[in-house]
Design a protein around this ligand. Sequence first.
Ligand SMILES: NC(=O)c1ccc[n+]([C@@H]2O[C@H](COP(=O)([O-])OP(=O)(O)OC[C@H]3O[C@@H](n4cnc5c(N)ncnc54)[C@H](O)[C@@H]3O)[C@@H](O)[C@H]2O)c1
Length: 343
Amino acid sequence: MMEIPRVGPLPNERILVAGGAGYVGSHVAWLLCRLGFHVTVLDDLSTGHRGAVPDRAEFIRGDARDRAAVSRIFAEQKPTAVINFAALSLVGESYRDPLGYIAHNLAITLNLAKASVESGVSSFLLSSTASIFGPDAAGPIAEDAPIRPGNPYGESKVMCERVLHWLEVASGIRTAALRYFNASGALLSGSLGEAHLPETHLIPIVIQAAMGLRDHVDIFGNDHPTPDGTCVRDYIHILDLADAHVRSLIALRTAGGLRYNLGSGRGYSVREIVRAVEELTGRRIATRLRPRRQGDPPSLVACTDRVRQDLNWRPVHSTLPTIIGSAWKWHADHPYGYDAQAA
Ligand SMILES: NC(=O)c1ccc[n+]([C@@H]2O[C@H](COP(=O)([O-])OP(=O)(O)OC[C@H]3O[C@@H](n4cnc5c(N)ncnc54)[C@H](O)[C@@H]3O)[C@@H](O)[C@H]2O)c1
């Protein structure tokens, strides 16, 4: 087992967080700032929000596909590590524009990787996804399960992971790819949370229905090979996810080639999530049965043995009451996301 000392930042340690105004990136940036790291957020705000960036972070609005701009930013900011959250990440949309998705996500990772080599960055961490494993993956899914992406979005992340491999071989920059299952929940205070437009993630959709902001929740197929016929997913609380990023960053000081599947290790069906939100909020939620979606895996559940063993990581917030409770608080306090705050 790798020893992960819970030490703070090294002197002059600056983390460049690409996509740090988005859902996952803003929570990780928040935790890094809290722990005393210097943080620079680079984000074009295409799906992110200025109001999600922590006050203590430096914010640069820019497109990470712009090679010259990225080089300039690295020369000025001199980051020691890079975390790349910036990507297009809607599976359905990726079928409509597969090449656009691949080009966008690959260009960002390639640019950040090239600038990292030029400017002496020592570690590089990528947001990857369970979608790299594909529709026929049988859970719990370990890191060495076959990589067989069932959609263009997942394919783009496989390509980004391959960039990391060659970055490490060619430059010695140590890399980590964290394959998230379903990121969920919010800061326990409810001050930071999930605000995607359009929202495609189940838990915020069910909560919006409970709040009366939607009239129903669509259920895509009830004949999947799962206990109640609806899709099963593994929900990991955003704070557990953020903790895994910090542990990975620290591990990257001495080790490279890190690849971790990040989930709670337990799956819940769509119907179980709807029921849990009904129980926690005391509100009735209408559902509507729709056909299965193209390439939707029946079940995606992580095997988390490797990350537990290597990083001594444990999911401490990833229970349904904490996930749904924190998300409910965020949505109740910010029914229109960050925009209402800005208005
Ligand atoms: N949310 C999940 O459950 C989940 C699951 C698996 C993987 N992921 C991955 O995690 C990462 C973050 O996901 P999220 O849910 O926070 O998404 P998000 O859309 O909230 O965040 C992505 C951020 O990247 C920014 N961005 C996009 N293109 C950019 C560009 N060209 N230049 C600069 N900034 C750009 C957006 O403005 C946004 O702030 C993504 O890479 C996604 O593929 C997320």
